[in-house]
Ligand binder design. Structure first.
Ligand code: FES
Length: 101
């Protein structure tokens, strides 16, 4: 199973292929906000992918449109609720200080 690692604290979780970054965050106890409920209608789940970007699901138009509104937009940006892992490990940096204790 692929591993998803969350920075800055390095918390790691094994997830089934097809799980979203948001699913992985919830499994790992990482506080990744998701104000719209995971339907690509906000930017609160915005995160940066530091490894494994190309292995994630394709960016759909709706996600692309919303990403353009995200603070700190970067080439590695994804919406955590829309980016799904395949069979490769992924490293995700959560903006700000949102890691749960
Ligand atoms: Fe709103 Fe991901 S939770 S876009």
């Amino acid at each position: 199973m692929p591993k998803v690692t969350f920075l800055p604290d390095g918390r790691t979780v094994d997830v089934a292929p097809g799980a979203s970054i948001l699913d992985a965050a919830e499994q790992a106890g990482v506080d990744l906000p998701h104000n719209c409920g995971g339907v690509a209608a906000c930017t609160t789940c915005h995160c940066w992918i530091e490894a494994g970007f190309d292995s994630l699901s394709e960016i759909e138009d709706r996600e692309d449109d919303k990403l353009n509104e995200a603070a700190g937009l970067a080439p590695s940006s994804r919406l955590g609720c829309q980016a799904c892992v395949s069979d490769e490990d992924v490293v995700v940096r959560i903006p700000g200080n949102r890691i749960a204790s």
